[in-house]
Design a protein around this ligand. Structure first.
Ligand SMILES: [Zn+2]
Length: 225
């Protein structure tokens, strides 16, 4: 397998610039901060409705993830697309796919529609099955969180099935990123849901109390998955 994995911090991608014009002088730390900001303020909030839709469509992840190539499905928008090679870690196997991404079809949204979650917001080189992430999340409720041991076991299991991975460290780092971001997605969704519940209960209080004024939160017609 080709090891063309960019470091977590280098996955930041500016759609209208050449690779050569990536700002070389910003520090690694700054890049990580930029990427984290991008995840938490843009990507995760935009993924929450897609995640909910996917949960509904698959009866709460009952149906397995379905990785597929999207290269060839060209878009003619002027954002300048790119092809991405993504290693998909599923429950029982590893699959390689090629994604065609652009401003109207981002990598995270395409991956989410397939039941996968990427390790980076713009150019993920690894994506993990949402069912696997949910399983790990469930497991870590019962056990001490230990992604190192978990990744070693996963790598050995997959290697014994004939799915070679680059290095265990590589898988560990990218899997940990993915898992961490998945937890952020889950928490973001929870916050939204409790916001809705609080808003509706304060609405109810308003209706039952006599003309007392209260601040209400955002309204959205969604249910807790
Ligand atoms: Zn496009």
């Amino acid at each position: 397998m080709v090891n063309d994995d960019p470091p977590f911090s280098d996955a930041v991608y500016f759609p209208n610039e050449d690779d050569a014009s990536r700002v070389p002088c910003i520090s690694n730390h700054q890049k990580k901060l930029n990427q984290w900001n991008r995840w938490s303020t843009e990507v995760i909030p935009s993924l929450v409705p897609l995640w909910r839709a996917y949960l509904r469509k698959t009866s709460n992840l009952r149906i397995p993830a379905l990785p597929k190539n999207t290269e060839g499905s060209e878009c003619f928008c002027d954002s300048g697309g790119r092809s991405l090679h993504v290693t998909c870690i599923l429950f029982d196997r590893v699959e390689q796919i090629v994604l065609r991404t652009c401003a109207c079809a981002s990598a995270p949204s395409q991956l989410m529609a397939m039941g996968l979650f990427g390790c980076a917001p713009i150019a993920p080189s690894l994506a993990v099955d949402l069912r696997l992430l949910q399983f790990v999340k469930t497991l870590f409720v019962c056990l001490t969180l230990n992604t190192t041991a978990w990744c070693e076991a996963l790598a050995v299991f997959l290697q014994e099935r004939g799915y070679g991975l680059t290095t265990q460290d590589n898988l560990r780092r990218r899997f940990s990123n993915t898992y961490h971001l998945y937890i952020v997605l889950v928490m973001h969704n929870k916050e939204l849901v409790s916001g809705i519940i609080n808003a509706s209960s304060s609405c109810h209080e308003r209706e039952t109390s006599d003309g007392e004024e209260e601040e209400g939160g955002a309204h959205e017609d969604t249910k807790d998955p």
